[in-house]
Each structure stands twice: as structure tokens, then as C-alpha cells.
Design a protein around this ligand. Structure first.
Ligand SMILES: *[C@@H]1O[C@H](CO)[C@@H](O)[C@H](O)[C@H]1NC(C)=O
Ligand SMILES: *[C@@H]1O[C@H](CO)[C@@H](O)[C@H](O)[C@H]1NC(C)=O
Ligand SMILES: *[C@@H]1O[C@H](CO)[C@@H](O)[C@H](O)[C@H]1NC(C)=O
Ligand SMILES: *[C@@H]1O[C@H](CO)[C@@H](O)[C@H](O)[C@H]1NC(C)=O
Ligand SMILES: *[C@@H]1O[C@H](CO)[C@@H](O)[C@H](O)[C@H]1NC(C)=O
Ligand SMILES: *[C@@H]1O[C@H](CO)[C@@H](O)[C@H](O)[C@H]1NC(C)=O
Ligand SMILES: *[C@@H]1O[C@H](CO)[C@@H](O)[C@H](O)[C@H]1NC(C)=O
Length: 397
């Protein structure tokens, strides 16, 4: 009975999605949905992580992680391993409707934890909120994907498989597929027929955009593989003394398989309660920064997080990137609670950024006013996107 109920709820969630045709034909472009088999291999580890199989264990895991005397995960490696496999990655490729000189520039956007690729493209109000729609309007092509363990991509073991180094390698493979034309060839075979692609063989330039954990991964990717990017936009993340200080207890997690609504996930996947979504993602003046509808939507599209992903974070944080020559923009939300302890003003350290990417063409930081961590779900979102597009244009992108 219970499993029937779960199946019915999942079915409802599925059928409430926009039809294929609606998601295909946009005001400023065309978008196609893809399922891409991606082969990747990366260093991994079996960590000593508490098991999470119910709500009590989920909250205990957060408290244990936050406790000052808990050893770091680099101290809790049981065994070093290598993970290899072909993973199904669900993605969306969008091409602008009208020919322009930016069409050959492809943005590859990586979303953060607690969300899937819909973060970039909220159906709630695409004209005012969607980064995808704004990019198409500006003339860029844009590729968004559900990271491993999220949305409609594969959801392997939460402890030993979904880990940060593997996610960086998946981003690398997707980038290589974009650069050598495989991605566009793949998209041409999608239904409905994607004729908008017929005039483009492959992108001439690739810009990497991240949000939050997606920015952690993007920062590691541009550090390791600097010559694979032509520009990086790091949103909602910068290494600083307040990063993560509010702790994982502030997420208010449930065990995903039995949360309300339940997710079809195995052991070790946790999901925020609605209060956690507000704590992490929404901030600024409560009367002007965002609406109740945006908070409701932000809760409705939330996604579970595998605990092994967070355990492996130390592996990819702050990697030096001497090979990076491309320009980098840091886009910070003024009142970002999780990243900046609630106030990003005065946080950005240009010397530290220069040391990390000593050969970058330029490194700029911008603070989007009266906004919380989820840029795309705040009132002034599109004005912030324009600041990013202006930065790209100034740098020949
Ligand atoms: C739940 O996920 C498993 C593994 O991904 C899949 O085989 C199964 O069909 C899913 N069940 C439902 C009800 O979607
Ligand atoms: C896309 O939608 C617009 C209106 O929004 C319509 O004029 C146009 O014919 C549609 N194109 C296709 C290919 O469906
Ligand atoms: C795992 O690898 C790290 C880094 O190479 C090393 O410092 C550590 O001792 C190894 N741990 C185990 C349990 O093999
Ligand atoms: C393009 O890159 C992908 C990912 O690395 C690779 O699997 C594929 O073989 C490459 N294709 C061509 C035609 O080079
Ligand atoms: C960072 O590097 C840029 C370009 O080399 C330079 O103009 C700027 O002064 C540097 N900033 C700091 C704080 O070192
Ligand atoms: C900025 O970063 C540099 C290099 O890591 C460090 O020496 C300096 O103390 C930092 N400045 C501040 C204000 O934290
Ligand atoms: C909206 O964002 C733009 C770009 O950052 C900024 O210039 C403007 O002041 C913001 N407006 C409000 C009302 O916060």
C-alpha cells in the first residue's frame, strides 16, 4: 500500500512537468532534453560516514558533521579507491532563435546541492527569473545538466560513488563532448527534431558557469583543466572564513526516501525541510527581495543530496589553477547566509584569488544587492545576469 502511494506521488510529480513541446519552443530559443551516457573515472574513497536510513539518523549526521571535534574526512578514509563507469546524465541544450555572433559560444552551467538543473531555468517565471532564457535572449547557447545523483540523472550509491572528483571528471567529459561536436551530433538526433542546430557544428568557445556546489566543482575543473575553458562565472561561492559556518544542521534534513513528499532514493540521500530551504537560499529584505511564491517554488523543486558528495569536498576545495588563462567573474549574493555568514560585502580577497589563478586574464567580483544564495529565485535576478553578460562581452565572449 505504502509503495503504491509512493508510486502514485512520483507519477504525479512526473506528469506535472511541462510538456516536451513547451520546453522545446522558448521565447528566445529552442531547447532539447537529452540523456547522455558519460564515461568517467576518478579517485574516490570509502569514508567512515555515519549511515543515514531515517530522519533521526539524518539530523544526527548533520550534528556530527558540524561538531568541532569531529575529524575531517581526509582523516576518515577507510580505503582509497578508483571509481569508473558510464553514467546516464540528463541534460538540456538550448540554442538562441535568432542568428547572432554569440550563438557559437556555449555556456555549460553546473547547479548546486539541494537542486537540479531547473535551478537555472525556473518554470515559475522564465522571463524574469530563468538564467537559461536570459542567456538565449542575450544570444548565447546554453547547456544545463542534472549532476550525478540528482534529478533525472543516475543516482548511484550515496556513500562510495557520488563524490566530488568523479563529478569534476563528468564535467570534463561533457566539456570534451561539447568541444569535439559529439554533444551537438547527439542533440541533432533528439526528438522533436532540433533543426536549430543545423547551422552550428560545435561551439567555438565554452564558458563554464557554476552555482554554489556547482561553483566548487567548476572552480576545481578550471584549476585542473584550465585550457578547456574560455571563461568562468563562479556564482554563490568563494573560499572565505565564513564559508559553511552556519553548519549543516541549518539545512534541517530529512531522510529522502521517507520525507514528505518521498523521493525514490537509497540509503544516505538527505533532503531539506522547507525551513532549511529558506535558511540556505532566501535572504534580503523580506518585502522586496523575493516573493512567497518564489520560496514555495524553491521548496517544490528541491532535490536530495548524497552524503558522500559532501564528505569528499576537501578533495576539490581551493585547488591552484596556474594553467587557467581565461577571465573569471565571482558573482556573490549580498546576503548569502551559507557562503558569507549572511553578508558578502568586504569578503572577496583579490590577492587570494590572484594566487589561486595567477595567469587568469582578469578576475572580477560583483555583489548582487538584496539577494540570497539562490540568485534565480529573487526579484532582481535578470539585472544580475546582465552584469555577468556585460563582463563576458567586455572579455570578448
Ligand atoms: C526507483 O528507482 C529505481 C532505481 O533507479 C528504479 O529502478 C525504479 O523504477 C524507481 N521506482 C519508481 C517508482 O520510479
Ligand atoms: C514557437 O512559439 C511561437 C510563439 O511563442 C510560435 O509563433 C512559433 O510558431 C512556435 N514555433 C514552433 C517551431 O513551434
Ligand atoms: C589515501 O590516500 C591519501 C592521499 O594519497 C593518503 O594520504 C592516505 O594515507 C591514504 N589512506 C589510506 C587508508 O590508504
Ligand atoms: C569526443 O570526446 C568524447 C569525450 O571525451 C569522446 O568520448 C569521443 O570519442 C570524442 N569524439 C571524437 C569524434 O573525437
Ligand atoms: C590581481 O591581479 C591583477 C592582474 O594581474 C592586478 O591588476 C591586481 O592588482 C591584483 N590584485 C591584487 C590585490 O593583488
Ligand atoms: C587575503 O589573502 C592573502 C593571501 O592568501 C592573505 O595573505 C591576506 O591576509 C588575506 N587578506 C585578508 C584581509 O584576509
Ligand atoms: C538590481 O540589480 C542591479 C544589478 O546588480 C543593480 O544595479 C540594482 O541596483 C538592483 N536593484 C535593486 C532595486 O536592488
Amino acid at each position: 500500500m505504502a509503495s503504491l502511494l509512493v508510486a502514485a506521488v512520483l507519477l504525479l510529480i512526473r506528469s506535472s512537468k511541462a510538456s516536451t513541446i513547451d520546453s522545446f519552443n522558448r521565447t528566445h530559443g529552442f531547447c532539447t532534453q537529452l540523456d547522455i551516457p558519460v564515461f568517467a573515472t576518478a579517485d574516490s574513497a570509502i569514508y567512515d560516514i555515519p549511515r543515514v536510513d531515517n530522519n533521526i539518523e539524518a539530523r544526527a549526521w548533520a550534528i556530527y558533521s558540524d561538531t568541532w571535534s569531529t575529524p575531517g574526512y581526509d582523516q576518515r578514509i577507510i580505503k582509497n579507491t578508483t571509481t569508473s563507469g558510464t553514467f546516464n546524465i540528463h541534460a538540456q541544450l538550448c540554442i538562441p532563435k535568432f542568428f547572432n555572433k554569440k550563438k557559437d559560444i556555449l555556456q555549460i552551467a553546473t547547479h548546486g546541492v539541494h537542486y537540479d538543473s531547473r535551478y537555472w531555468d525556473p518554470e515559475l517565471d522564465r522571463e524574469e527569473l530563468s538564467y537559461v532564457e536570459a542567456s538565449l535572449k542575450e544570444g548565447y547557447s546554453i547547456f544545463t545538466y542534472d549532476r550525478l545523483g540528482v534529478g533525472e540523472s543516475d543516482k548511484p550509491d550515496a556513500y562510495d560513488v557520488v563524490q566530488a572528483p568523479l563529478e569534476v571528471e563528468i564535467l570534463r567529459q561533457l566539456t570534451l563532448m561539447a568541444r569535439n561536436g559529439t554533444l551537438y551530433r547527439f542533440a541533432r538526433r533528439a526528438k522533436p527534431t532540433f533543426t536549430a542546430l543545423n547551422k552550428v557544428e560545435m561551439p567555438s568557445k565554452v564558458v563554464h558557469v557554476g552555482h554554489s556546489w556547482g561553483s566548487v566543482l567548476t572552480s576545481a575543473f578550471i584549476a585542473k583543466y584550465g585550457d578547456l575553458t574560455d571563461g568562468a562565472i563562479i556564482t554563490g561561492y568563494v573560499l572565505n572564513q565564513y564559508l559553511g559556518k552556519s553548519g549543516m544542521a541549518s539545512w534541517g534534513v530529512d531522510y529522502a526516501a521517507t520525507s514528505c513528499p518521498p523521493f525514490n532514493r537509497t540509503s544516505g540521500y538527505v533532503v531539506c525541510q522547507k525551513s532549511g530551504i529558506q535558511n540556505i537560499f532566501f535572504a534580503g529584505d523580506v518585502h522586496t527581495a523575493y516573493t512567497k511564491g518564489m520560496l514555495e517554488y524553491g521548496d517544490a523543486i528541491k532535490q536530495p543530496v548524497p552524503v558522500g558528495e559532501l564528505a569528499s569536498a576537501y578533495h576539490v576545495l581551493g585547488l591552484p589553477g596556474p594553467s587557467l588563462k581565461a577571465p573569471v567573474q565571482y558573482m556573490l549574493a549580498e546576503f548569502d547566509f551559507y557562503i558569507c555568514g549572511g553578508d558578502c560585502k568586504g569578503i572577496f580577497n583579490a590577492t587570494a584569488a590572484n594566487n589561486t589563478y595567477p595567469n587568469a586574464a582578469t578576475i572580477e567580483a560583483y555583489i548582487q544587492p538584496n539577494t540570497g544564495h539562490a540568485f534565480t529565485l529573487h526579484n532582481n535576478a535578470t539585472a544580475g545576469y546582465q552584469v555577468t553578460f556585460d563582463f563576458l562581452t567586455r572579455n570578448g565572449l
